[in-house]
Design a protein. Structure first.
Length: 246
């Protein structure tokens, strides 16, 4: 490795290789997710990835933007109706990011109905670019993991991996992975059309509740850049309830 390149901490977990950048002895590095996934109790049932030329931050915003799903994804098994409804979520700070839980009984994805009425869904965002959706119901558990990996200046890899306690679903790995690639390609298609790099001197504008998670992302990113062993990461997120139409 060349002297000017950053050191990397490389860990294999959940069937994936995680490389975390370390630029100095005092830099704070977010921990990996704590979930025990990828083993016999919660095997990987799908894994998909798509490469796209786009701005890294713009790609990460797709992980936290609540308006993203209804405006980008149109798979029949994910959103049954184009009708807009009010959605309410409770947000709270979590390690190096924030977590959203539904404050109402409404879930837009028909696929969620398969887990039963007692399901509990929490969606965590963790720096630098990890979205962890956890679904739990009686006798059922699923972890839906999505990451954005920078591969070169102006290029990223979108990756999605799903882990499920219903182990026979491993047989559907090729089919589910193909669905996942189609889903990610919808993201990539939008990212390719965006002029995602803000012009110099033009500040980003965030308006209202739907933009709050995006603003938190930038605030958390800035807080991490200031953190060190002597000054721990100070999470700027405060617990709140956000509501929007989606």
């Amino acid at each position: 490795m060349a002297p000017h390149q950053p050191d990397l901490l490389v860990v294999v977990r959940a069937g994936l290789v995680w490389a975390r950048q370390v630029n100095g002895s005092g830099q704070v590095v977010p921990p990996l997710i704590e979930d025990s996934i990828g083993g016999g109790d919660l095997p990987m049932i799908a894994c998909s990835e798509v490469e796209v030329e786009t701005d890294y931050d713009q790609a990460v915003l797709g992980l936290v933007d609540p308006a993203h799903v209804p405006m980008v994804h149109d798979a029949w098994w994910w959103r049954a109706s184009p009708k807009r409804r009010v959605k309410t979520k409770q947000y709270a700070p979590s390690p190096f990011g924030f977590t959203a839980t539904a404050a109402d009984a409404f879930a837009s994805a028909p696929a969620y109905a398969l887990t039963g009425a007692s399901r509990r869904i929490a969606i965590e965002f963790r720096l630098p670019s990890t979205r962890i959706e956890r679904v739990e119901a009686e006798g059922f558990r699923l972890v839906n993991l999505t990451t954005v990996t920078p591969t070169a200046p102006g290029s990223v890899t979108l990756r999605n991996a799903i882990y499920c306690s219903v182990t026979p679903m491993r047989a559907l790995h090729p089919f589910l992975s193909a669905l996942g690639r189609a889903f990610l390609e919808q993201d990539a298609r939008i990212l390719r059309r965006l002029e995602s790099r803000p012009a110099p001197g033009h500040p980003l504008l965030f308006v209202g509740a739907p933009d709050q998670p995006s603003l938190w992302y930038y605030q958390c990113k800035a807080a991490l850049s200031r953190a060190s062993d002597d000054a721990p990461f100070a999470n700027p997120v405060r617990a709140t309830v956000l509501q929007w139409r989606t």
